[in-house]
Structures are given as structure tokens and as C-alpha cells.
Design a protein around this ligand. Structure first.
Ligand SMILES: Cc1cc2nc3c(=O)[nH]c(=O)nc-3n(C[C@H](O)[C@H](O)[C@H](O)COP(=O)(O)OP(=O)(O)OC[C@H]3O[C@@H](n4cnc5c(N)ncnc54)[C@H](O)[C@@H]3O)c2cc1C
Length: 322
């Protein structure tokens, strides 16, 4: 089935979304090859994300807006017809979801959002996705091509940067967009987002932390060189910043090392740390569920363990600086 991946060079998440796409592709062995369609607004990309798929052709599409779904849709419609593509894969951000839905409607095809897996059987397309907050797994067989899908967001590291090819295919689509129902668009660049997604080390604390330890947590995290996050009760109690909640209702992180202290390991919490490369868990209950995920399990009171770790690293740093 002829396929295309659609991405936006100007998205601040360009490489992050490509990393998520790569994770998705690991679950889709039926997808062997795809074209890459890249929208750009002003400058052609100086680097591209490495995508773990045979990219047969890269199309550069000059858009007349940095963010205007109307403009992208008109160009996508033309390109789909020119290239006769049946499967169009969009990123899992809001724009990807909007484009997948609206393009399928315009092309009288099918759309499905937050897809985790795609399988092709005898020219029939089946997609898997989580429903009701991961309580159900839904499998859909889609009826009408073209199929416009957005992929589910996951905790992933940004894709590596590679040098772009010497030559591009440059699409000649009309982009004299009639913005239809939009009177005016104003875009404002927001201050940089927090760096939690790129953290190599995460200290994730749960309700087991004692009150006396709460004020020391930022300092301990700093010693560990870690991003400090917490389970939902911890974040809701204000013991860590509310924006650093980890889990289905918060951030999904994939650090190299995750130190989990005093969290029981509920499914809602572990969804946010299960892609960590190495998990160390401290819990005074030897039967805590978190230990089923952990590479190293410390059955103990978390307070003396964290304080001793903090002391050891500080004294080690002191010795090295002398
Ligand atoms: C719709 C919905 C969405 C949710 N989303 C999220 C989410 O995104 N993130 C999230 O975290 N939760 C979420 N939850 C809540 C989730 O179900 C759990 O209630 C929550 O994760 C439990 O947090 P916890 O592990 O910190 O606390 P607890 O489950 O109370 O665990 C505390 C742990 O600390 C251990 N402990 C206690 N004292 C010590 C000590 N001195 N030393 C060592 N260990 C100790 C205990 O043995 C226990 O295992 C959600 C729930 C719902 C219904």
C-alpha cells in the first residue's frame, strides 16, 4: 500500500515527534516503505530526523503559513491525488489529529486517531488503539481508502539528526489558500517548554515521602542531576510542582535512569515511566507493584536511602574537586 508520512519542519516538536514515529514503526512490520512529505514555511530544513523506515522519496512542500490547517489541507489534497497515496500517517500532536480527520473527510476516506499499531492484511487495514484511558484496546478495520491516521503519542527520545539529501522533490501545489471560515490568525511563540522530556535522570516520588523530606527534594534532585517529578497525589498535594505530575494524567518520560521513591506502582503512574531504560525503586513494602518493573529493588524506608545517596554523591563530588 503506497504510504506517506506527513510532518512539519517548523514544529518545535519536529525531532521529538519523529522519535515517537520511530517507536510506532517498531510495532508496524507491515509498513516497509513510505514517502516523507515535509511542510516548511520559510527555510528548507538544514537537518532531518532519522526515520526507521525505507523513505523512498522526500517531498518538500512550501506552505504559505507556519500554522494554518486550511492551507495544509488544500496542498495535501492535491498531493494525495498526484501521488496516489492510500495511507497517510500524521503525527500525534493536535495538528496531526486535525489534519487526519479533516483530510479523510475531504477525500471521502477513513480516519482514526492515536493509533498504536497498523496491520495490512490482504489490502485491508487494521489499526489498534487504546480506549478509555488504556482500559480497553480497540481494533478497527477501516473501510474506505485513503486512510488518514494520527499516531499515538508515546514517551520517546527525539530522533537523531541526519544531513538532508542533496536533492529534494519539490511539490508544485497551489497555496493561494482561501482561509474559509478563518478571519485572521495571530501566532505567538511561547517561552521554551520544560525540559522533562529530555531528562536523562528522573527522580519520581510517590505518597511514601515524609513531610520532612518534601523541602529537601529539590536539593536531592539537583545532587542526582535529576528532573524531579511526582505521582498524582504528590503533585496534587503541592509537594512537587503540579506540572511535573507523572503518569497518564501528566508527563510520560523515557529517561536513562528513573529513581522511583515511595510510589506503589499503579498503572496510571507507571504509564509515565515504563519506557525508562533503567528503573530503581525504593519502597518499604516488599510486595509493592513497582518492583515488578524495577531493575533494582530497594526494600527500605526511602528517607535514609535518599539522604545517604545525596550525602555520598556530594562527598564524592567534593573529593573530585580537591
Ligand atoms: C483517571 C485517573 C487518572 C490518574 N492519573 C494518574 C497519574 O497520571 N499519575 C499518578 O501517579 N496517578 C494517577 N492516578 C492515581 C493512581 O491510580 C494512584 O492512586 C496513584 O498513582 C498512587 O500514587 P502513589 O504511588 O504515590 O501513592 P500510593 O499508592 O499511596 O503508594 C505509596 C507507596 O509508598 C510506599 N511507602 C510508604 N511509606 C514509605 C517509606 N517511608 N519508604 C518507602 N516507601 C514507602 C507504600 O508502600 C506505597 O507503596 C490516576 C487515577 C485515576 C482514577
Amino acid at each position: 500500500m503506497k504510504s506517506a508520512i506527513i510532518m512539519h519542519v517548523d514544529s518545535p516538536l519536529f525531532f521529538q515527534l519523529a522519535g515517537e514515529l520511530n517507536l510506532f514503526l517498531q510495532h508496524c512490520p507491515d509498513l516497509k516503505q513510505a514517502e516523507l512529505w515535509l511542510f516548511y514555511y520559510q527555510d528548507k530544513p538544514s537537518a532531518l530526523p532519522a526515520i526507521n523506515l525505507d523513505i523512498g522519496r522526500i517531498e518538500l512542500i512550501k506552505a504559505n503559513s507556519r500554522y494554518l490547517p486550511e492551507a495544509f489541507l488544500q496542498q495535501l489534497q492535491q498531493l494525495q491525488q498526484q501521488r496516489n497515496v492510500e495511507l497517510l500517517l500524521f503525527n500525534g500532536d493536535n495538528l496531526g489529529g486535525e489534519l487526519a480527520t479533516r483530510l479523510a473527510y475531504r477525500l471521502q476516506g477513513s480516519s482514526c486517531l492515536s493509533v498504536e499499531k497498523v496491520a495490512l492484511n490482504d489490502r485491508q487495514l487494521t489499526v489498534d488503539k487504546a480506549a478509555y484511558g488504556n482500559n480497553l484496546n480497540a481494533i478497527f478495520t477501516l473501510k474506505n481508502a485513503p486512510y488518514c491516521l494520527s499516531i499515538a503519542r508515546r514517551a520517546a527520545r527525539p530522533a537523531n539528526a541526519i544531513t538532508p539529501p542533496a536533492t529534494w522533490f519539490e511539490t508544485s501545489t497551489e497555496n493561494n489558500t482561501d482561509t474559509g471560515w478563518i478571519e485572521n490568525v495571530t501566532l505567538t511563540v511561547q517561552p521554551a517548554q520544560d525540559q522533562s522530556k529530555n531528562a536523562d535522570v528522573v527522580l519520581a516520588v510517590g505518597r511514601g515521602i515524609s513531610h520532612s523530606l518534601v523541602s529537601k527534594l529539590p536539593d536531592i534532585a539537583k545532587t542526582l542531576g535529576a528532573y524531579l517529578g511526582g505521582s498524582r497525589p504528590v503533585a496534587l498535594n503541592g509537594w512537587v510542582d503540579i506540572n511535573s505530575m507523572i503518569g497518564v494524567s501528566g508527563a510520560r518520560l523515557a529517561p536513562k535512569v528513573c529513581l522511583v521513591a515511595g510510589a506503589s506502582g499503579s498503572a496510571a503512574f507507571t504509564a509515565g515511566i515504563c519506557d525508562s531504560q533503567f528503573i530503581i525503586a525504593i519502597n518499604n513494602d516488599k510486595n509493592a507493584r513497582i518492583f515488578t518493573l524495577a531493575d533494582v529493588a530497594i526494600v527500605d524506608d526511602l528517607e535514609p536511602v535518599l539522604l545517604e545517596l545525596d550525602r555520598l554523591i556530594k562527598s564524592d563530588q567534593l573529593i573530585k574537586s580537591e
